[in-house]
Design a protein around this ligand. Structure first.
Ligand code: GTP
Ligand code: MG
Length: 268
């Protein structure tokens, strides 16, 4: 029985690995709800990747948001193709590493699933530093959780100099009727624009949009990292993708202010 299960798991992993080969540019959830407007890797990047002269790249993704909005379910759906109806609060943080093959180059997403519960916030916040992607998650059926997203972003950006990509992800889409979803979507898109984030709506229960979301995250991160590496090696002319322009850069004074978030409950 155990052998059959592990064989099934192995098959699932292999299937997943096949799917994690990215050769074409993955589209956003909607072209109107993203600040990241490139639509291909570009010839120069493709050629550089063919030469395989690039170093191994890891992108750190932090998944943040209110309690029980579905952060762990989202990560588990993507990394293990599992969904559990029962709620089990994350204590502090968990992390997963997922391998991609992008244009023939190995690439890893290091996904940090943080706790939404107030009492674990300071533990979770100590893992925000060095994020390449900030993924703010809210429950599409809970407007308060959407309203708190800006606050979550502020806290995460205090620990990060940038540049980083920002994603606003609404979960539990399966629980909403289409007319209700459309009302929420309007509010979510407004919030995403204010936050300069790319908007996605997904369901971890059905898997709808989850794979596409993480593929997009991986491709955008990879693209930015390769561009930066090409620039530092002086392989790249001046032309930088629009993502670089839209990515947040902090001024020197802001950088000086960078500090770990303080929490009165944390031991010093
Ligand atoms: N129907 C439905 N339920 C979901 C979905 N995603 C999560 N849930 C449920 O929502 C509850 C909370 O999910 P979690 O993923 O544990 O939430 P979390 O954000 O990790 O919570 P904390 O770790 O406490 O911050 C669980 O009962 C999940 O089964 C979804 O897409 N659809
Ligand atoms: Mg959790």
């Amino acid at each position: 029985m155990l052998e059959t299960r592990s064989a099934t798991y192995k098959m699932m992993k292999e299937e997943a690995n096949d799917e994690r080969q990215i050769t074409d540019w993955p589209p956003p959830f909607s072209s109107e709800t993203t600040p990241y407007n490139e639509n291909d890797f570009g010839t120069l990047i493709r050629r550089t990747c063919e030469n395989k002269s690039l170093t191994l790249r890891i992108s750190k993704v932090i998944v943040i948001g209110d309690v029980a909005v579905g952060k762990t379910s989202l990560v588990n759906r993507f990394c293990h193709r599992l969904f559990d109806n029962n709620y089990k609060a994350t204590i502090g943080v968990d992390f997963e590493v997922e391998r991609f093959d992008i244009l023939g180059v190995p690439f890893h997403l290091q996904i940090w699933d943080t706790a939404g519960q107030e009492r674990f916030k300071c533990i979770a916040a100590s893992y925000y530093r060095g994020a390449n992607v900030i993924m703010i998650v809210f429950d599409l059926g809970n407007l308060m959780s959407l309203m708190h997203c800006q606050q979550w972003l502020n806290e995460a950006s205090r620990s990060n100099i940038g540049p980083y990509h920002i994603f606003l992800v609404g979960t539990k889409k399966d629980l909403l009727t289409h007319p209700v979803y459309e009302i929420i979507e309007k509010r979510a898109i407004e919030a995403a624009r204010r936050m300069r984030a790319e908007y996605w709506a997904v369901s971890s229960r059905t898997g709808n949009g989850v794979f596409e979301l993480f593929t997009r995250v991986a491709a955008l991160s990879f693209h930015t990292m390769v561009l930066r590496e090409m620039q530092s090696l002086k392989l790249e002319p001046i032309n930088i993708g629009s993502a670089m322009i839209s990515l947040k850069k902090h001024s020197k004074t802001e950088m000086k202010r960078q500090r770990m978030p303080k929490c009165s409950k944390c031991p010093t």
